[in-house]
Design a protein around this ligand. Structure first.
Ligand code: GDP
Length: 431
């Protein structure tokens, strides 16, 4: 189960918060057996997601002094938790001890949520803003009396949680691939080639969860599940008017896949229909491999022409990995597995928060965001909110224009690769 660790000084209200998380709305499923009073874990359920809440408070009686204790709490949380919640007393503000904990947690590659507790009145609301100084992003105000409810906080915690618990990601079976492209680019031919050259279980396997419309193909020493290939194995009617259904089918395949291979015919110009398929993949946030098929037909003239078309028509997906193949001769097909692996690795990459902020801070210093209406927005903090695909949230004091967001995106791509995956950079404006 994903673990949410609660970290904080004594008396900031950790236990109250844990009780609220476990309270009326998030059902306590069970007490984890064998826990002592100084290390409390509970299994909880919220919005259909199960997770463990762990109160690290008072966990380490060996540590001398509160400062040492909280540093250990934070370290422990970083080693064991999927999401870390640091609780701070907004009425007191950030103490040296809070700063010590924050310093440790800023190095965390797990998401950290900063909770400003005891926001009961307007005075403490003003104090909340000050907690930005902890360098852990936006402080989330919570109050036992009023203010933001624990439900909102839980939504935030669950949003920060990895899609699937880390251990399970490996067990899901073969990676799911959508083989898509307009009619006649060679999808059926490629699938047949893969099925012929390699061991493949094309039909449903009794007693397994393999969907009969999927094909399991071994490629590059690994099994892959090509989703919704029934129509490719038994050619379906692609007469006009069927295009709508073809596109629905493509959408379905992309939705159930992790990575899509968009097949293009190298001997024909890149068409609007090709572009639509590419957009479907990008909009769905899936990893993307571009494969130019029918490479065997290319003469030098067409080759040069194609490279110019790619420059012009595929500029928006420069980041996609590209492989040239021939389903007929088998050329390049073996390389497909490497491209799938690269794209998936980028799609799942998580950049450590500290590294990310260090990089962006230097970048912003060199090229600050342009001023609008006389005031230049200041970038406070960047966090990678999600993977599959990577999503970044930039906290800024003002609106960042599209050009600057694209600049940030480009620099993030340059720094960490991210070839083969769309990435998202969004901006949250906080004064
Ligand atoms: P689909 O509609 O995308 O499934 O395309 P098909 O697999 O039916 O292929 C369309 C046509 O292109 C067929 O006549 C294939 O023989 C041909 N074709 C497919 N791949 C290649 C290739 O790599 N080289 C050449 N020369 N022809 C190919």
């Amino acid at each position: 189960l994903p673990v949410v660790a609660i970290v904080g000084r004594p008396n900031v209200g950790k236990s109250t918060l844990v009780n609220r998380i476990l309270g009326r709305r998030a059902a306590v499923v069970q007490d984890v057996p064998g826990v002592t009073r100084d290390r409390i874990s509970y299994e909880a359920l919220w919005n259909g997601k199960r997770f463990t809440v762990m109160d690290t408070g008072g966990w380490d009686p060996k540590a001398t002094g509160i400062g040492a204790s909280i540093t250990r709490q934070a370290q422990f949380a970083m080693e064991t938790a999927d999401v870390i919640v640091l609780v701070v007393d907004s009425q007191v503000g950030a103490t040296d001890t809070d700063l010590a904990a924050a310093r440790v947690l800023r190095r965390s590659d797990r998401p950290v949520i900063l909770v400003a507790n005891k926001v009961d009145d307007e005075r403490s609301e003003a104090n909340v803003a000050e907690l930005w100084s902890l360098g852990l992003g936006e402080p989330q105000p919570v109050s036992a009396l009023h203010g933001r409810s624990s439900g909102d906080l839980l939504d935030l915690v669950l949003d920060a949680m990895p899609e699937a618990p880390r251990e399970q990601e490996q067990e899901e079976g073969p990676r799911r691939v959508a083989l898509v492209g307009r009619p006649n680019v060679g999808k059926s031919s490629l699938l047949n080639r893969l099925a012929k050259d390699e061991r493949s279980v094309v039909d449903s396997v009794a007693g397994t969860t393999v969907d009969p419309v999927d094909s399991i193909v071994t490629l590059g020493g690994e099994e892959w599940r090509f989703v919704d290939t029934a129509g490719l194995r038994r050619k379906v009617n692609t007469a006009s008017g069927m295009e709508y259904y073809a596109s629905l089918r493509t959408e379905g395949a992309i939705q159930s896949a992790e990575v899509a291979v968009v097949l293009l015919a190298a001997d024909e110009v890149i068409s609007e229909q090709d572009q639509r398929v590419i957009s479907q993949v990008v909009d769905a946030g899936r990893a993307l491999v571009i494969a130019f098929n029918k490479w065997d037909t290319l003469d030098e003239d067409r080759h040069d022409q194609l490279e110019r078309e790619v420059e012009r028509d595929l500029a928006r997906i420069k980041w996609a990995t590209r492989v040239n193949i021939s389903a007929t001769t088998g050329r390049g097909v073996g390389k497909l597995a490497d491209h799938l692996r690269w794209a998936l690795a980028s799609w799942e990459k998580r950049v450590p928060t500290a590294e990310l902020n260090q990089f962006v801070r230097a970048l912003v210093q060199e090229t600050p965001p342009p001023a609008r209406g006389g005031r230049a927005p200041k970038i406070k903090y960047v966090t990678q909110a999600d993977i599959r695909p990577p999503r970044f949230v930039v906290f800024s004091t003002g609106f960042l224009e599209a050009g600057y967001r694209r600049f940030l995106e480009r620099k993030l791509r340059e720094q960490w690769g991210f070839s083969g995956t769309p990435i998202e950079v969004s901006v949250k404006v906080r004064e």
